[in-house]
Design a protein around this ligand. Structure first.
Ligand code: APR
Length: 246
C-alpha cells in the first residue's frame, strides 16, 4: 500500500484550485491497454505513425478506421475503475477542480467527472475528414470506410493524431488552469507527449505543488514534490480517504 505523505494531505485539504492530468495508465485498471507499456502496449504491435496520423489515413484509411473501430469495441465494455471515481470525489470537494485527460475513452465523464478537458478528443465522436461535419451514426459495411452524408468525404474519429494540433479552446483552458492551480496531479502518463507533458512544468513554474501518481518513475519524477508510485486505482481512493476520511 503506497503511503500518502501527511504534508500532501494538508496541502490538499486547504487547496481551492487543483488540476489533475491523466493518461492511459488511469484506464489500465479498467482493462484498457496503455500506449507505451512494454509488451502490453498498443504500440508494441503497430508503429504509431501507421495507425494514428493523417499520413496513415491517406495511405490506408481502412486500416486506420478498423483499428479505431476495434478500440471503440474494447472501450464499449470498459467501466471506470476506483481511480476514476476517486477523481469524481475530489472534484466534489475542491471548489475549482479541472480534469485534463489525454485519454479518448470517455471514462472520466462516464464515472461522473464534470469539468473535463479532453485534450486528444473522444473516440466515440466521428467527423468528416473533408468538411468536418460531425455525425453520430454511420453505416459499417466492413468493406469500406463510411462516408459523410453531406459531402461524401471519408469519416474519421475525432481524435488528435500525431502531427495534428490539439483543440485550441481545450488547450488554452488546460494551460490557464495549470498555471493557476495550487496542486497539480500527473496521473498514469509517461509524460512522453507534448504539450500535455509541459503542463506540469507550467504548474510548477507558477508555484504549484506537483504530484505524480504513476506505476513507475517517468521523466517528470525528478521535478515533482511528491512521487507516489503504484496503481492509480489504489492510490487515488487512498488519497481521498487520507484527506477527507470515509
Ligand atoms: N496506475 C498508474 N499508472 C499506470 C498504471 C496504473 N494502473 N498502469 C500503467 N501506468 C503508467 C505507465 O507506467 C506509463 O508511465 O501509465 C503510463 C502510461 O503511459 P503511456 O502509455 O505513454 O500513455 P500516455 O502518457 O497517456 O500517452 C500520451 O500519447 O500516443 C499518444 O495520444 C496518445 O494520449 C496518448 C499520449
Amino acid at each position: 500500500m503506497t503511503e500518502i505523505p501527511q504534508e500532501l494531505t494538508r496541502f490538499l485539504a486547504s487547496a481551492s484550485r487543483v488540476v489533475a492530468l491523466t493518461g492511459a495508465g488511469a484506464s489500465q485498471e479498467s482493462g484498457l491497454r496503455t500506449f507505451r507499456d512494454a509488451q502490453t502496449g498498443l504500440w508494441a504491435q503497430y508503429k504509431p505513425e501507421d495507425l494514428a496520423s493523417p499520413e496513415a489515413f491517406t495511405r490506408d484509411p481502412k486500416l486506420v478506421w478498423d483499428w479505431y473501430a476495434w478500440r471503440r469495441e474494447a472501450i464499449k465494455g470498459a467501466r471506470p475503475n476506483p481511480g476514476h471515481y476517486a477523481l469524481v470525489e475530489i472534484e466534489k470537494r475542491i471548489p475549482n477542480f479541472t480534469l485534463i485527460t489525454q485519454n479518448v475513452d470517455g471514462l472520466h465523464r462516464f464515472a461522473g467527472s464534470q469539468n473535463v478537458l479532453e485534450l486528444h478528443g473522444n473516440i466515440q465522436k466521428v467527423r468528416c475528414s473533408e468538411c468536418g461535419t460531425f455525425t453520430e451514426t454511420w453505416g459499417d459495411d466492413s468493406e469500406s470506410v463510411p462516408v459523410c452524408e453531406r459531402c461524401g468525404g471519408l469519416l474519421r474519429p475525432d481524435v488528435v493524431w500525431f502531427g495534428e494540433p490539439l483543440p485550441r479552446s481545450e488547450l488554452e483552458a488546460a494551460v490557464t488552469a495549470s498555471r493557476a492551480c495550487q496542486v497539480f496531479f500527473s496521473i498514469g502518463t509517461s509524460g512522453a507527449v507534448q504539450p500535455a507533458a509541459a503542463l506540469a512544468h507550467a504548474a510548477r513554474n507558477n508555484g504549484s505543488v506537483v504530484v505524480e501518481i504513476n506505476a513507475e518513475p517517468t521523466p517528470l519524477t525528478p521535478i515533482v514534490d511528491f512521487a507516489l508510485h503504484g496503481k492509480s486505482g489504489e492510490i487515488l481512493p487512498g488519497l481521498v480517504r487520507a484527506v477527507w476520511g470515509g
